[in-house]
Design a protein around this ligand. Sequence first.
Ligand code: PMP
Length: 306
Amino acid sequence: EEMDVDTIWMDGEFVPWEEAQTHVLTHSLHYGTAVFEGVRCYDTEQGPAIFRWEEHLDRLYQSAAPLGHDISHDREELTEATLELIRRQDLESCYIRPLVYYGYNSLGVSPRDCPTETTIACWPWGTYLGEDALEQGVDVMVSSWRKHHSSQIPTNIKATGPYINSMLAGEEARSNGYVEAIVLNKEGDVAEGPGENIFMVNDGEIFTPGLSESILDGITRQTVIELAEELGYTVHDEASISRGQLYTADELFFTGTAAEVTPIKTVDDTVIGDGSRGPVTEELQSRFFEVIERRTDDHDEWFTYV
Ligand code: PMP
């Protein structure tokens, strides 16, 4: 299936889709040494706007550093390239995928002689976990795969190789008839979804695993924590959540750029709450969509208008 993309930005050039290619001996293809971002541009009441672009750029540069990538494009250049890609393709809302990888020079594990190459692509992308997911919630299973510990592979950066863990957990869930997985960390406590952070609601308070639980510090996670606190909720954002607590939670939901705010309906076939989107999830979700669709004046600082 060909994506609805006609232009891809590659190190300063706007390249036609079919010419956006790299060699099979690309270092990052062999060793998973690329870093990337996933960002959404929303069709707001004030036109297309990229949500929290600056934070995604921060994380891209942070992800690059420990892998030794020296991104030879500054923030302004990457921003201009992205805005131009959206304008040229007349996109109103889209998903944005910056990718920074080691190209070809040699194929030793050391990337020292390999060039760091940067690409950006944008394409239309709807809801991630299915049409009804945002309203009805999703059925998930606890994966038999554990999330690698942050001392084994950094979990606070977005590198490509570690997505093997996400892919295995997600495919295991889908093979078993579930929509998505929940992945436990090495200690057996709740970490996150394959491409989502997870939140739990109990007695009107909100809990989410802390960064020391080997999770990605999702930008949607940060957003939902901030919005929840503004609404007056107590948020425990360094919680340790046991597997058992999943099944007895009042409410559970996922957050992520792709998943946005998605309620979890069942875990391992155990119904969570009364099996429908809970009241706290619903309030946070509608506040989230109010903000991203710009039906409110506040948090305009989170938007980069195209
Ligand atoms: N955890 C993992 C493993 C992810 O891949 C993602 C998606 N980037 C998230 C959490 C959510 O992060 P964000 O809200 O920044 O998209």
